[in-house]
Design a protein around this ligand. Structure first.
Ligand SMILES: [Zn+2]
Ligand SMILES: [Zn+2]
Length: 238
């Protein structure tokens, strides 16, 4: 009996992994973090900038904008992220991005669903596209995987190929804000404008750093006729 249940568990693990993706401890249910790792995650909470979602240490007011949004209003109406990007939380996205951890999509979707519900008031979901060379190297686009999974949960259509990347842009890891803005300038285009005209788009990406990439995408979508753009990312670099 014990042996059988061991075999059962082995096969169940192949379909529904019940190990924590960070420390590999066994967990009670599939697609979960163990309690220790979960407690290590730093969630982004209110108060935060009404537009870009940057968290404030303290704010006496309910609605407030950060300095950057007051100076230059972004093209998107709102952006929200779930987790602070740090050495610990990074392990989760790295496993998802570069390993063959497609099974992590349900876990990320669960996390994304915890965000401010206003973000989900949208007509369709798009994801920030990777250039096809990078896509070939990585085999799949993680933002696109999240799009599919979120679309099912929210019952909002997801169009993975409507927003296109025209050229491969160098990795932005070490660039400053101005360089990042230049790097992504006119990098995107929209293939089926009729799908987004007068619609509110929920735009997905994995990490938001200065917001240059999602802002350029939002500009492109607005130029193509979108009414509003809401941005949702798993991580935010603060
Ligand atoms: Zn763990
Ligand atoms: Zn802001």
């Amino acid at each position: 009996m014990f042996f059988l249940s061991q075999i059962g568990r082995f096969f169940l693990n192949l379909i529904c992994p019940t190990n924590c993706p960070i420390c590999h401890e066994e967990t009670d249910a599939a697609h979960c973090l163990c309690p220790n790792c979960f407690n290590e995650l730093r969630f982004i909470t209110k108060p935060c900038c009404e537009i870009c979602g940057r968290p404030f240490e303290y704010s006496p007011f309910k609605e407030i904008l950060c300095g950057a949004c007051m100076q230059h209003k972004p093209a998107f109406k709102m952006a929200r992220s779930i987790l602070h990007y740090d050495h610990f939380s990074k392990q989760l996205i790295l496993a998802f991005k570069h390993g063959d951890h497609t099974e992590l999509a349900p876990l990320f979707t669960k996390l994304l669903l915890q965000v401010d519900k206003k973000v989900f008031e949208a007509d369709l979901i798009l994801s920030v596209p990777l250039h096809r060379y990078r896509l070939m190297k990585r085999k799949y686009n993680q933002a696109s995987l999240l799009g599919k999974s979120l679309s099912k949960k929210l019952n909002i259509p997801f169009y993975p190929t409507v927003l296109k990347r025209n050229r491969s842009t160098p990795s932005q890891g070490h660039m400053r804000r101005k360089q990042r803005q230049k790097n992504v300038l006119k990098a995107f285009s929209v293939s089926k404008q009729e799908l987004i005209r007068n619609k509110t788009v929920l735009l997905l990406d994995d990490v938001m750093t200065t917001g240059a990439t999602v802002n350029e995408c939002a500009k492109t979508l607005k130029r193509a006729g979108a009414k509003n753009v809401h941005v949702l990312t798993v991580y935010r670099v603060i």
